[in-house]
Design a protein. Structure first.
Length: 90
């Protein structure tokens, strides 16, 4: 049976895709693409201090009230620890 033109094109695209996949797989073999650098707590605290009520409403809507309560608790704890360290541990 004679192979039609469409089948040849699909076969060629599949071969190229497989080659590209193999090359990328080899180049990225020892990388971890979803690793993230930890967020600096001082940067987070800076943004926390600049939150407006509208920002808070948005974040509550996006992440939920429980998560925002956790975040506020973490930031207040960080703030207390920071003050304590500035006051010589008192």
């Amino acid at each position: 049976m004679k192979e039609n033109w469409g089948d040849k094109v699909v076969k060629g695209v599949e071969e190229r895709l497989n080659k590209v996949t193999d090359i990328l797989g080899e180049q990225l073999k020892d990388t971890r693409p979803f690793d993230k650098d930890p967020v600096d707590i001082n940067d987070t605290y800076f943004h926390y201090r600049n939150l407006t009520p509208m920002d808070m409403q948005y974040l509550i809507g996006k992440h939920g009230e429980d998560r925002m309560e956790e975040f506020l608790f973490e930031m207040s704890k960080f703030e207390k620890d920071k003050r304590r360290s500035l006051n010589g541990g008192q």
